[in-house]
Design a protein around this ligand. Structure first.
Ligand code: ATP
Length: 239
């Protein structure tokens, strides 16, 4: 079976500084895969490479069998990849509903529209006229997720959805994931909370210093394997 998304030997640089050292990654349609790893491991850089925000060689990334590395971000969204960025990045002068509609500008057809989103997250309907940035952090995160869904992506990339949010909001967001993947959408989450990552994902990739240090089915990986891959062998002994 062809992978929905595949990277081979993906490298990334910020100027002279190398951040990714050859990432091999593969994703089947309908999977929910978590990427874990310590601060600075390269998780955000990996997602940014996939979405065209960090430069990548054309052949290093294939989406639906076609090379997409280094394409402009707008073109990548039109092909069906959408990202919920770390820090949410809502448009401050726009209402919740206007922020959501910005997600639909790529013009892709699919199951997600305002009505569908409001049914999944009633808080969005309740607050739809308010400025997006007047909402609580958790509510803003839901807007950012909703905006990405409005582009009807085939692959949704979520960068640290739970960062700085209360546990109850994190649970609410992750509780929506089965509905999101239920119609065949494929999801990648970057998640610092390893327990949550194991609970919600089918597979895990752990990054360490710009390399894949572990990959496997979430239910098969042991805590020891994960902490070794997460912290490195030397530090794992003290973890
Ligand atoms: P975090 O959990 O802290 O977001 P991360 O795993 O997402 O970490 P990245 O943000 O991808 O890690 O960072 C990977 C490496 O690239 C780090 O060494 C980081 O310092 C470097 N880096 C990230 N963004 C930039 C940038 N804009 N300019 C220069 N170096 C950067």
């Amino acid at each position: 079976m062809t992978a929905l998304l595949e990277t081979q030997g993906l490298k990334a640089f910020y100027g002279d500084a190398q951040a990714l050292f050859g990432i091999d990654f593969s994703l089947a349609q309908g999977e929910l895969v978590a990427i874990i790893g310590a601060n600075g491991a390269g998780k955000s850089t990996f997602l940014k490479s996939l979405t065209g925000l960090v430069r990548a060689p054309r052949e290093a990334i294939h989406f639906k069998g076609e090379p997409i590395g280094g394409l402009p971000p707008g073109e990548i969204v039109r092909r069906g990849l959408a990202m919920v960025p770390e820090g949410r990045r809502l448009f401050p002068s726009l209402s919740v509903e206007e922020n959501l509609l910005m997600g639909a500008t790529a013009g892709r057809k699919g199951p997600w529209d305002l009505q569908r989103l409001y049914a999944l997250f009633p808080i969005l309907a309740e607050k739809r006229q308010q400025p997006g940035t007047s909402l609580s952090g958790g509510q803003q995160q839901i807007v950012a997720l909703g905006r990405a869904l409005m582009s009807n992506p085939e692959l949704l990339l979520c960068d640290e959805l739970s960062l700085g949010l209360a546990p109850i909001v994190i649970r609410e967001i992750y509780a929506a994931m089965p509905t999101i993947t239920g119609e065949g959408m494929t999801v990648v989450i970057v998640e610092q909370d390893v327990t949550m990552a194991r609970q919600v994902s089918q597979r895990i990739y752990c990054l360490q210093e710009g390399r894949v240090s572990l990959e496997g089915r979430s239910c098969d990986l042991t805590r020891e394997q994960i902490s070794q891959a997460y912290f490195g062998i030397g530090e794992a002994a003290h973890a």
